[in-house]
Write a protein that binds this ligand. Structure first.
Ligand code: PLP
Length: 395
């Protein structure tokens, strides 16, 4: 018999992927340049030149047997060391390579981190609105996902609900800042309070509660916003990073787990990831990509377009009457749907060739997400469609 758990997932395919496929199909009819496709978080800018140059150099100058061979199961040691050094420089940490595990993007990093600190049946708390894939990440690890309702005023943390839900059954808390889909960046105040509550509960229950911090948007932070390094706030923390968005290389599948040296049993966790990877098939990210990102640890793509797009959209959407928290980072904006039924609103928007994602899968009903990682020229052209949509005019 085929496995029921996965078969049931067929009925819950990603709405984002479905909308993206719709946008592509519509593009074949009217030209993709005329579809205002705000569905998918695929970076719209090129990787930095140094990434491309390094790839070419590696292909041209390295021993191909080494370059295309398996890497060590925790990642190439010199690459892990460079990651540790870069984090130490930037955030005044004391990582060594023993704390770093190279993974296939943030998804791979989270898959490992969850398994390191939870047993089947343990609860993992996440905060709404959350990245829709968390359901799969957590459920397929055997842990039980519990959603802390949103603080819709600013999309920081609803601490009252959090404290109530942080019961003895919780083994880990998974958070994401800067946040997909809200664009909110957790403040020092938020992270301090979170750490205080978790520390007190650890003491009360007499067991560890780990903090897994999902940080693929760490570098996409807009002027005037401070993005504190989460690991600084809480010892039992594991950071999951991805180069997908900072270097615009999501297809290359590379990121890492960084275990806080102050974490309980820190010396085992990266090593345990190596063992976990034997079972979940996420083992050994491509050697060439590990070597290439090691040369790009302190650079990013030109990310300025995202701030430009944020400014244009925030101004226009609020002047059209949408309620909206101003994103401090990422390339997402998360306005409230005018008539509360976000699915109906996004369906209506499709008639204007605006592809918007209803918020239900992000754990907060009544909103929609726009991934504004598209050309600014297209963002500007989409505004007319928005105005017509709001006024109910023909398009
Ligand atoms: N976490 C969040 C919040 C994301 O938005 C994404 C991708 O969009 C991921 C994790 C997965 O990242 P990656 O593609 O690097 O695995």
């Amino acid at each position: 018999m085929i496995t029921k758990q996965y078969k049931e997932m067929l009925g819950r395919k990603s709405i984002i992927r479905q909308l993206s496929e719709f946008a592509t199909a519509r593009g074949e009819q009217i030209g993709y340049e005329n579809v205002f496709d705000y569905s998918l978080g695929n970076p719209s800018v090129s990787p930095p030149q140094i990434f491309t140059d390094t790839m070419m150099e590696l292909l041209r100058d390295s021993n191909p047997v080494y370059l295309h061979g398996y890497s060590q199961s925790l990642g190439i040691p010199a690459v892990r060391q460079k990651v540790a050094d870069s984090l130490n420089d930037r955030f005044h940490m004391n990582y060594t390579r023993e704390h770093i595990f190279m993974a296939t993007g943030a998804a791979g990093a989270i898959a490992h981190a969850l398994r390191c600190v939870t047993a089947p049946g343990d609860e993992v708390l996440i905060f709404a609105p959350y990245f829709a894939e968390y359901r799969a990440y957590i459920n397929l690890s055997g842990a039980v996902m519990k959603v802390v309702p949103a603080d819709v005023k600013d999309f920081q943390i609803n601490f009252e609900a959090f404290e109530e839900m942080l019961t003895e059954k919780v083994a880990a808390v998974l958070l994401n800042t800067p946040n997909n889909p809200s664009g909110a960046v957790y403040t020092c105040g938020t992270l301090t309070k979170l750490a205080e509550i978790m520390t007190a509960k650890e003491k009360e229950y007499g067991h560890d509660i780990f903090l897994i911090s999902d940080e693929p948007y760490r570098e996409i932070v807009f002027s005037g916003t401070d993005a504190p390094y989460v690991t600084k706030f809480y010892p039992n923390s594991i950071s999951c990073y991805s180069f997908s968005k900072s270097l615009s290389i999501p297809g290359e599948r590379i990121g890492y787990v960084a275990v806080n040296p102050a974490c309980r049993d820190a010396q085992y966790i990266a090593d345990m990831c190596g063992q976990i990877s034997r079972g979940i098939g996420h083992n050994c990210p491509p050697s060439i990509i590990q070597l290439a990102v090691a040369k790009c640890l302190d650079v990013t793509s030109d990310l300025s377009v995202y701030e430009t797009n944020r400014n244009i959209l925030y101004k226009e959407l609020t002047s059209l009457g949408f309620e909206c928290v101003k994103p401090g980072g990422t390339f997402y904006i998360f306005p409230k749907a005018p008539d509360k039924d976000a699915a109906a609103f996004c369906e209506k928007a499709k008639k204007y060739d605006l592809i918007l994602v209803p918020s239900d899968d992000f754990g907060v009903p009544g909103y929609f997400r726009m991934a504004f990682c598209i050309d600014t020229e297209k963002v500007v052209r989409s505004l007319e469609a928005f105005r017509k949509l709001v006024k109910g005019e023909n398009y």
